[in-house]
Design a protein around this ligand. Structure first.
Ligand SMILES: Cc1ncc(COP(=O)(O)O)c(C=O)c1O
Length: 408
């Protein structure tokens, strides 16, 4: 039988795609990241760690040791919930920064991003509500949207999600299964959830029966050394996502998740469907680093100094060259969340001119659920060196003047 091959393209794909693929539009962010990769572009856009933050020598040394001593096991399949030494190291880390956690409440995930996805797959049916502070981490918003969740946007400020407003909404009849927070040096706002609001949120979770998803990749990057304990010291209804991407490195894709004991088998079942397990070799390496009480405090101290210096340098340049941008004093993390104090200059107009000047950032609207982000922008200070930072701010200032000139 002869068969005429029928070409397969975008039009043929449409009817085959699952409905959930229509719920998330990621084109804008893809374009922003693509623009950041253009040669000659100076990027204040990406939320990626500084290359000089990675403990490259220490990781090469552990790699050799792991290969010499445990090479065959490190290259083998491993349990879905994670290797015991990695889970133990994560349990010690969690217990030192929140409620005491036994190993059986800890699992390893392929980055916190997978943790978010497992939580969504395990707990959310279409139409369920997730409350979150507005603006929020885009990667979380996309996971919840793809799961078909309804988002209940709660305003936030420098002290994190407004738990008083959340309480009002709940008292008025709103119900949610999850409340999602980034408690320390929030992405994108840099906010730190205050001690009072942590306790309040926990009390609301206990009263209204929802779970709190505490996604915390930036806690160790505190510039003052101050670090509030995890929300789980106040309530058992907390799922903690412990990314190691900013503290150690993102490339090995190893993170920790702490959940109520009853939920762990469900999350493990979801993970089994997704990827069977997290990278065995990466777990060997990162368990060694996370468990090294000599290395880890010195390393985190170095990172704090590194990012503190970068943040302060960017803040000083912006105050000098772009006084029309206002932002809070950086306290930790990777981002400055800026408001444009001139109604004629929208973040989108500035973005378009900035690209032409070969500097890029993320317009704030991409992180906003309901809030008007048209005059907000996120600037990352993580990756540029001193000369690049100076040049980036020069270019941004030129772009700003060009928007003003266009506005007449
Ligand atoms: C708030 C937040 N959660 C999760 C992630 C993803 O972390 P991971 O690399 O552990 O998947 C990021 C990455 O930027 C983030 O900012």
């Amino acid at each position: 039988m002869t068969h005429t091959r029928i070409p397969f393209g975008g039009e043929e794909l449409g009817p085959l795609l699952a409905r959930r693929t229509h719920r998330v539009r990621s084109d804008a962010i893809r374009d922003i990241l693509a623009a950041a990769a253009v040669p000659g572009m100076l990027s204040l856009a990406g939320g990626i760690p500084a290359p000089e933050s990675f403990p490259v020598e220490r990781i090469s040394e552990v790699t050799e040791r792991v290969m010499a001593r445990s090479g065959t096991s490190a290259l083998q399949y491993a349990p879905t919930e994670g290797l015991r030494p990695m889970r133990e190291a994560l349990a010690r880390y969690a217990s030192a920064t929140g409620a005491a956690v036994p190993v059986d409440r800890v699992m390893v995930t392929s980055g916190s991003q997978q943790g978010l996805d497992l939580v969504a797959q395990t707990l959310l049916d279409e139409g369920d509500t997730v409350a979150l502070d507005d603006p929020s981490y885009l990667g979380a918003v996309q996971v919840f949207q793809r799961a078909g969740a309804h988002l209940l946007a709660v305003p936030g400020d420098r002290n994190g999600i407004r738990t008083d407003i959340l309480e009002e909404r709940l008292a008025a009849g709103a119900r949610c299964k999850l409340v999602y927070v980034v408690p320390n040096f929030h992405n994108p706002t840099g906010a730190v959830l205050s001690a009072g609001r942590r306790a309040h949120l926990a009390a609301l979770a206990d009263r209204y029966g929802f779970l709190i998803v505490e996604d915390d990749p930036y806690a160790d990057l505190t510039f003052t050394g101050e670090r509030l304990p995890s929300v789980d010291v106040h309530s058992d209804r907390v799922i903690r996502l412990m990314s190691l991407s900013k503290m150690l490195c993102p490339g090995l894709r190893v993170a920790g998740l702490v959940a109520p004991a009853a939920l762990i088998p469900e999350l493990v079942a979801a993970k089994q469907c997704g990827d069977l397990q997290t990278n065995t070799f990466g777990q060997y390496v990162l368990a060694d680093l996370l468990g090294d009480e000599d290395f880890l405090p010195r390393h985190t101290e170095r990172l704090r100094g590194l990012y503190r210096g970068k943040a302060q340098a960017l803040a000083a340049l912006l105050r000098e060259r772009l006084p029309q941008l206002s932002f809070g004093e950086p306290r930790g993390g990777l981002f400055l969340w800026c408001a444009v104090d001139d109604a004629r200059v929208t973040a989108d107009a500035l973005y378009a001119k900035a690209l032409a000047e070969r500097v890029t950032f993320v317009p704030g609207a991409h992180f906003c659920v309901e809030r008007d982000g048209s005059h907000l922008l996120r600037l990352s200070y993580a990756t540029l060196d001193d000369a690049q930072r100076r040049e980036a701010v020069d270019r941004l200032s030129v772009a700003f003047d060009k928007v003003l000139a266009d506005a007449g």
